[in-house]
Design a binder for this molecule. Sequence first.
Ligand code: NAD
Length: 284
Amino acid sequence: MDSKLIGIIGLGQMGSGIAQVTAAAGYKVVAREENEELLKKGIGRIAKQLDRAIEKGKATEADKSSLLGRISTTTRLEDFKDCDLVIEAIPENVELKIAAFKTLDGICKQSAIFASNTSSLAITDMAAVTKRPSQFVGLHFFNPVQIMKLVEVVRTIMTDDQTFGNAVKFAESVGKTVVRAKDSCGFVVNLLLIPYLIDAIRWYENGLTSKEDIDNGMKLGCGHPMGPLELTDFIGLDTILYIGDIMFDEFRESRFAPPPLLRRMVKAGYLGRKCGRGFYVYEK
Ligand SMILES: NC(=O)c1ccc[n+]([C@@H]2O[C@H](COP(=O)([O-])OP(=O)(O)OC[C@H]3O[C@@H](n4cnc5c(N)ncnc54)[C@H](O)[C@@H]3O)[C@@H](O)[C@H]2O)c1
């Protein structure tokens, strides 16, 4: 495992988590950002996570320095030429992702596997612009990556068995449990979760009951740790709207259609916890 080099494009919220769990599993990592400042920020996020683990007695200073020592940083995609696997975690914009994979295709060795961490875009759209569509998968990690146990490993109709098997092995080797999925919009988790959240917003909008009663109903009646409106605030109303629109475009089924209230709240800037107000108001 130690000899494998894993490239990570984008050292934001997800990319830094993926880099951390990958380096923790013993892999060498090369991470790319747009500039040195963003690289510093990404590495800083990982260091802070590790400091917290040290405070809790779950890691030592030596663990931290050896983990960070396995992550090198760069602003040049050319430094990905020896990677065995490249995981993309740049913003959810298909043009940006396609441009990155087109460039990488000309740089990376022939055997390298490409993976996207997209939550809602079609893996096929990205795989199809490369000369290695059979070596392309989705590796959908969950946020926060260090804590969430799941990775959805996604195959398109072009992905070959060996690539898919290696992608599953990789996800398991970084300590995750794998769910296998076809390249269908929302994969498994969002396919089931988004209509549920949208339905809760729709019933709240229709005046079924209060937001607290909707959330308590699902927490106390079903044992969920968060109610659907609390969870929507946690994920971000803009994110739910964005994914709902993409899923509705794909399936044309009303259960995926974002309700008017969600759209109005996003327009009003009520994006959830991250901005202090969504369905609930949060202390800054
Ligand atoms: N945030 C989540 O909860 C979550 C969960 C699962 C999947 N995802 C997916 O992961 C991806 C990244 O999301 P995020 O929340 O980490 O976003 P983010 O904005 O925190 O990070 C993206 C990073 O990519 C960098 N970047 C942009 N273009 C780049 C390029 N060409 N090369 C290298 N770096 C580049 C940006 O500077 C930024 O730091 C998205 O596709 C998103 O849908 C997000």
